[in-house]
Design a binder for this molecule. Structure first.
Ligand SMILES: Cc1cc2nc3c(=O)[nH]c(=O)nc-3n(C[C@H](O)[C@H](O)[C@H](O)COP(=O)(O)OP(=O)(O)OC[C@H]3O[C@@H](n4cnc5c(N)ncnc54)[C@H](O)[C@@H]3O)c2cc1C
Length: 232
């Protein structure tokens, strides 16, 4: 994973869609009408069919299960990765940005709750109202006491940036129990897991490659290629 992340940051630029991460699924939603059914939870899959939680059955030549690891395990069986990494994201509007460049600030102290921090408005001004900078703080895990975690985060921001951080209003906290597939060693000893599950059923998602948007997308491509090959 370290090699992958270093390679990506070395070869290309880190970027954010100007219209937010939602811009990625919105491109899918622009497919021809009736290509996508929204708000439809799949309860079961089998060769040639997926059954929605409403009981409705959808018939198809190929079924591709493109859900996160834990949900894939529920639909396909528990040999798919079940463990996830949780995260908590804190947001603060700031009159004065603590940094001036579009950098990802990593915790080099090895102590305190903050794993990393960035100011997305430096890279993508559309992420803020214009007169304020948006400070985004990431903590690994969700903790048991959100108020205590927030005050520990605030204390660390004060240590890093001084009194300027005391004026930042707390805007929002998002606690995400399953942010991405957990990939502690030796999870990536086989870098690419199979996308053919059984005849007529395929699987993709970050749990098939590595836990990232790149991993999710490249596994989707591998699944699509497998479907096309098998349909020939
Ligand atoms: C805060 C945060 C920051 C991140 N930052 C980065 C980053 O900077 N760079 C990066 O590369 N990655 C980042 N990631 C990780 C990245 O978002 C994931 O690796 C990626 O989204 C995984 O894609 P996926 O398609 O496998 O699963 P998901 O994006 O989780 O999509 C799976 C979808 O399946 C749906 N679903 C589940 N069960 C069912 C069901 N039964 N029926 C129908 N639908 C179902 C879910 O609702 C979900 O919409 C971040 C993640 C988080 C939470």
């Amino acid at each position: 994973m370290l090699n992958f992340v270093f390679r990506m940051f070395s070869l290309g630029n880190a970027c954010l869609p100007a219209e937010g991460m939602q811009a990625i699924p919105r491109q899918l939603a622009a497919l021809p009408p009736n290509s996508i059914r929204l708000r439809a939870r799949v309860a079961r899959v089998g060769p040639g069919a997926a059954t929605l939680s409403t009981g409705e059955e959808l018939i198809a030549n190929s079924v591709v299960v493109a859900v996160e690891g834990r949900a894939a395990a529920e639909l396909l069986g528990d040999t798919i990765s079940l463990t996830g990494q949780s995260t908590t994201c804190f947001y603060f509007p700031a009159s004065l940005s603590p940094i001036t460049q579009p950098l990802l600030v990593l915790n080099g102290d090895g102590r305190g709750p903050i794993n990393n921090l960035c100011v997305p408005t430096i890279a993508a001004p559309s992420y803020g109202p214009g007169d304020k900078s948006l400070v985004s703080v990431t903590v690994l895990g969700t903790g048991n006491d959100p108020d205590r975690l927030l005050s520990e985060v605030r204390a660390q921001l004060g240590e890093w940036f001084g009194t300027v951080a005391h004026d930042w209003r707390h805007l929002r906290t998002y606690s995400i129990p399953y942010a991405l597939t957990a990939q502690s060693p030796p999870a990536l000893n086989v870098p690419e897991r199979p996308v053919r599950w059984q005849s007529g059923i395929y699987v993709c998602g970050d749990h098939r490659d590595n836990a990232s948007i790149q991993g999710a997308m490249v596994s989707g491509r591998r699944a699509a290629e497998a479907v096309l090959k098998d349909l020939k």
